[in-house]
Design a protein around this ligand. Sequence first.
Ligand SMILES: Nc1ncnc2c1ncn2[C@@H]1O[C@H](COP(=O)(O)OP(=O)(O)OP(=O)(O)O)[C@@H](O)[C@H]1O
Ligand SMILES: [Mg+2]
Length: 250
Amino acid sequence: MADDDYLDAIDYTRDDLDVEDLGDVKHAVRLVDVYRSFNLGKVEIGAIKGVNLTADIGDFIVISGKSGSGKTTLLNIIGAIDLATFGRVFVMDVPINDYDESFRASFRLNNTGFIFQSYNLISTLTAIENVMFPMQLSDKSKSELREDAMKLLESVEMDHRVDHLPWQLSSGEQQRIAIARAMANDPPIILADEPTANLDGDSGQMIRDLLVDLNNRGKVVIVMTHDEGILNQPNIQHYKMDLGELTRHG
Ligand SMILES: Nc1ncnc2c1ncn2[C@@H]1O[C@H](COP(=O)(O)OP(=O)(O)OP(=O)(O)O)[C@@H](O)[C@H]1O
Ligand SMILES: [Mg+2]
């Protein structure tokens, strides 16, 4: 097979894959011997070292590990925000490392929803505008998109704060908006990086419940966290990161 023959075999329509197609997907995420190193002058930091991980449709994967162990780096690789230095990365069976940034950008908009520790809402946009922001590639009209965003805000019980700016919202409320935004294009995979770390009891519990609910509705959920409330959820697969290496824990 010629070097670039595999390009013909790639299904370029996969970036707008929707729920009806999920039955055809072998693995939601498959990492094969993945490495990520950063070169800082003469120093090379091995942030991810030989990670293998498979997540199937319906899986709830929780990864814990000390600060600096590589959790965020790994999540960024799965989310096509960052590129592995070595190894194969498949998301919805698509080898995302093999594509250019423009494909990767639309692929990630459609296939992965990101939830961050510090919410990362756009400060100049209202709650509903933040939720609509990732919908920019959609063919729907603005009013239809607004309706979709409204439903997402209802699903996180934030439809009473539609026109608030992020600074006018509590931490827990901002994270609920961020979850609605992660769901904007109904992606099959939700990636969360310490989503409850900045939240107190009740707000944290609401976010935990929302993650469980998303998983019950068929989303693959991958969470980096130390949160006992998440680690104690039934049916999770627990992994630990240690100095860039990933091992199954339970
Ligand atoms: N862009 C970068 N350039 C250089 N080094 C980096 C970069 N990103 C991460 N690192 C290094 O890679 C290692 C893993 O970092 P990472 O942020 O993935 O850890 P983490 O497990 O998420 O930590 P925390 O729990 O503090 O969020 C660290 O040693 C970090 O300094
Ligand atoms: Mg981190």
